[in-house]
Design a protein around this ligand. Structure first.
Ligand code: ZN
Ligand code: ZN
Length: 356
């Protein structure tokens, strides 16, 4: 079958790999019906994810149909449509019982990083009972595509941000995860959401879909000044740093008011500097890390209820044949690309590129 393999730092390839098979009783094999390219795939390609293994099939955001289950899978059977979680987790260990599924002793971010993922025709999903979420009949595969990763991340971030109803919330970054963070933050009813990004079209998209109230381009405007002008000089009540760009980490804490919560969602490719001598007395609470994607069923219900909708992010769509072109366009933010949606491989169609 066709799949995208992370060969080594700086190179991914669309190639042929063996079909996945059941290895453990709790495994399921999923026929991938929709997948996506995530910024984390680019971080892996750039060598910025030390835990990623060379030779692994990439892809940790995908949905599909279960075609086979191991003897230990209880909740799913052949034919079920599922959203696959970026994190594989057991549901029973110390961390899982507390909801911290990212640190599950059996899993965490494995798919498309340490074990073969979903930028492929089929994928083996471990601990399937926990790592898959059933897609209800009223939701299409595509509507559920981001449930297991970018939407889970935005929803997790908004949840730990401790947003209060009158808050001014600042979201740094209007890329895919920035957008899902904004739409999830909305669910908590803050007074104002300010979105900052250097990409004007992404800001316009966020504003047009009501995900934010005010947009700021840090290249042209002073983010800290604007946030202060909205808060009697205090600064943002909650800051989400989703950009992971140069300078956005410092901007995040500078734009925060004293005693604010700063949620660092971004995945950095290098160390960040924390100038505690300058921050002293600001009494900030930093929350960091990889998503605990344990609330996918909740997210699915919110999609069903029409309260979360990611269709605005699906700017591009093409079969697996064209995924390498997708890497090129997605990574360069070319052609207004927010998310590149991968549809199943079409054997009769050409493969325009194989290496990125
Ligand atoms: Zn991802
Ligand atoms: Zn666990």
């Amino acid at each position: 079958m066709k799949a995208v393999v992370y060969e080594r730092k700086g190179m991914v390839r669309l190639t042929d790999v063996p079909m996945p098979t059941i290895r453990e009783p709790r495994d399921a094999i999923v026929r991938v019906t929709r997948a996506s390219i995530c910024s984390s795939d680019l971080h892996i390609r750039n060598g910025g994810v030390p835990r990623a293994k060379e030779g692994v099939v990439l892809g940790h955001e995908f949905v599909g149909e279960i075609v086979e289950t191991g003897a230990g899978v209880k909740r799913f059977q052949k034919g079920d449509r599922v959203a696959v979680n970026v994190e594989s987790f057991c549901g029973e260990c110390f961390y899982c019982r507390r909801g911290f599924v990212n640190n599950c002793v059996e899993g965490g971010w494995e798919l498309g990083c340490r074990i073969d993922g979903g930028q492929a025709e089929f994928a083996r999903v471990p601990t399937a009972d926990m790592s898959c979420t059933r897609i209800p009949d009223s939701i299409s595969d595509e509507q559920a595509l981001f449930v297991g990763d970018v939407l889970a991340t935005g929803y997790w971030a908004a949840g730990i941000g401790e947003i209060q109803p009158a808050d001014v919330v600042l979201v740094l970054g209007a890329g895919p995860t920035g957008l899902t963070t904004m739409m999830s933050a909305r669910l908590f009813g803050p007074a104002v959401i300010v979105a900052a990004d250097v990409n004007e079209s992404r800001l316009a998209l966020a504003k047009a879909h009501g995900l934010c109230d005010i947009t700021v381009n840090p290249k042209e405007q002073d983010v800290v000044e604007i946030v202060r002008s909205l808060t009697e000089g205090r600064g943002a009540d909650v800051v989400f740093e989703v950009a992971g760009a140069k300078d956005t980490f410092s901007l995040a804490w500078q734009a925060a008011r004293p005693n604010a919560v700063v949620v660092v969602v971004a995945l950095y490719e290098s160390a960040q500097f924390l100038p505690l001598h300058q921050m002293y007395g600001k009494n900030l609470t930093f929350k960091t890390g990889g998503v605990d994607a344990g609330k996918c069923a909740e997210i699915m219900r919110l999609i069903e209820a029409g309260r979360l909708d990611t269709s605005l992010m699906m700017t591009h769509r093409a079969p697996l044949n064209e995924i390498i072109c997708g890497y090129e366009i997605f990574s360069g933010q070319k052609d207004g690309c927010i998310k590149w949606v991968v549809t199943p491989f079409e054997p009769e169609k050409p493969i325009p590129a194989v290496v990125f």
